[in-house]
Design a protein around this ligand. Structure first.
Ligand SMILES: *[C@@H]1O[C@H](CO)[C@@H](O)[C@H](O)[C@H]1NC(C)=O
Ligand SMILES: *[C@@H]1O[C@H](CO)[C@@H](O)[C@H](O)[C@H]1NC(C)=O
Ligand SMILES: *[C@@H]1O[C@H](CO)[C@@H](O)[C@H](O)[C@H]1NC(C)=O
Ligand SMILES: CC(=O)N[C@H]1CO[C@H](CO)[C@@H](O)[C@@H]1O
Length: 385
């Protein structure tokens, strides 16, 4: 079985300025690893430091582009709210009632998700063009200078660096962010949406027949009707709709349950998943993935390793059918009508606990997000064999 493994670690690095290399004619930066392919193995764009294409061979040796996105880089700009393959920042996820209090000062944010703030508002990192400050055959580093209050209500400059590095069987993502001037909310993630069949399965173009497993996650942040954590951390009994810990389970295993609709937000009737699970990983199990997504049809598997304490998974309920799939996806005989459907993909986002900036009681000092001026985020390793 092909497999991908993702490792999340903490790094600290500062990079000097270098000449900015240009992308290819298609507007994308193309990296190759280990000489497996001459071209097009993995592609990235400066908008949101996003990954656009990721080709791996399925169990029959056919190459599949297993990440969701667009052919044309300009479509990532037009569809920025979706954060396709992107790095949201400087504070990913929702902040309740678009405000938080830090050192006795209340800061007001942009309400871009009902009454809440999502991914730092409409000038968050997912809406911005990064610089490319380093490029080699198998590695690319993006940088962003996020000036104070350019995400409204977030004080102090932040400098961020995102490095993607490939080896023959791995993909690693290193994220660093530094706020030298002021305490500020800092939380990053990598926001890739997956369909491990590349929409080419003739029987289904949905994600519901993918298998998912999170062995260390038998608790989650209880969502309110608008998918904001209530502040309660609830246990997940074996057999529950949100149980992916007791055994690997098809993502659609409970799609006929009356609980399916509204499970990820009763206000919207969101069907499926959009939750932040708690990752309770014992140190002794540090080599094990915290999440595994796989598809029997393609035989492709993604293992995610992380030392973050949360795993957000969103099963694409709002993919309403108006987003065309890429030309590199949807092979002959595919079930798809050419568009990503609701429940057609899943975003997996290793990150800290959502709204921790506003939940002082969250365990293990999660509210320290406001107090730690440097927050280094994640690395991923993928491998396939
Ligand atoms: C936003 O807050 C206002 C005032 O409290 C309330 O009337 C409204 O229903 C809220 N909207 C949502 C989507 O929760
Ligand atoms: C941040 O920007 C908003 C919108 O432009 C403005 O209303 C607010 O006063 C600014 N805050 C600070 C501290 O400059
Ligand atoms: C989903 O997978 C099951 C086996 O795990 C198979 O019986 C079923 O036909 C599949 N459904 C689709 C729509 O592919
Ligand atoms: C700890 C804390 O500041 N909690 C706040 C989170 O946001 C809600 C909604 O704005 C407030 O009511 C809480 O006081």
């Amino acid at each position: 079985m092909q497999s991908l493994s993702v490792l999340l670690t903490v790094f600290s690095a500062a990079l000097g300025a270098v000449a900015i290399p240009l992308p290819g004619l298609d507007g994308k930066y193309t990296l190759t690893a280990g000489g497996i392919r001459a071209q097009r193995l993995w592609q990235f764009i400066p908008h949101a430091a996003a990954i656009t294409n990721l080709f791996v061979k399925d169990k029959d040796g056919v190459e599949r582009d297993i990440v969701v996105g667009f052919d044309n880089p300009s479509d990532y700009v037009a569809n920025a709210p979706g954060h396709f393959g992107a790095v949201p920042g400087r504070y990913t996820g929702r902040i309740g009632n678009a405000q938080y209090t830090m050192d006795g000062v209340t800061y007001n944010l942009e309400k871009n998700d009902g009454n809440n703030t999502l991914h730092s508002g409409t000038n968050g990192w997912g809406y911005r063009k990064f610089d490319v400050v380093d490029l080699s055959e198998n590695s690319i580093t993006f940088s962003i200078h996020d000036a104070s209050n350019s995400s409204i209500g977030m004080p102090g400059d932040v400098d961020g660096y995102i490095t993607y590095t490939l080896s023959e069987k791995t993909w690693k993502v290193k994220m660093t962010a530094t706020a030298p001037q002021h305490m500020t909310p800092l939380m990053l993630t990598q926001h890739t949406y997956w369909n491990l069949d590349a929409f080419s399965n003739p029987d289904t173009d949905l994600i519901l027949n993918h298998t998912y497993h999170m062995p260390f996650s038998n608790r989650l942040l209880e969502p309110d009707p608008n998918t904001l954590p209530t502040g309660k951390i609830v246990g997940i009994p074996a057999g529950d709709i949100n149980d992916f810990w007791s055994a690997p389970k098809l993502l659609g295993a409970d799609s006929k349950s009356p609980l399916w609709k509204g499970n990820c937000g009763t206000a919207s009737g969101c069907e499926g998943y959009n939750h932040c699970w708690v990752v309770d990983k014992p140190k002794s199990d540090c080599a094990d993935p915290v999440a595994t997504l796989s598809s029997d049809w393609s035989g492709i598997k993604v293992d995610i390793h992380t030392d973050e304490v949360g795993m957000q998974a969103y099963s694409c309920y709002w993919s309403g059918g108006d987003m065309p799939i890429k030309k590199t996806q949807g092979g002959p005989g595919a079930a798809t009508n050419g568009f990503v459907k609701s429940s057609g993909c899943i975003a997996l986002e290793p990150q800290d606990w959502v709204d921790g900036i506003n939940q002082s009681h969250f365990a293990s000092g999660r509210n320290k997000i406001a107090e730690v001026p440097t927050r280094n985020i994640m690395g991923k390793i993928w491998y396939f064999e």
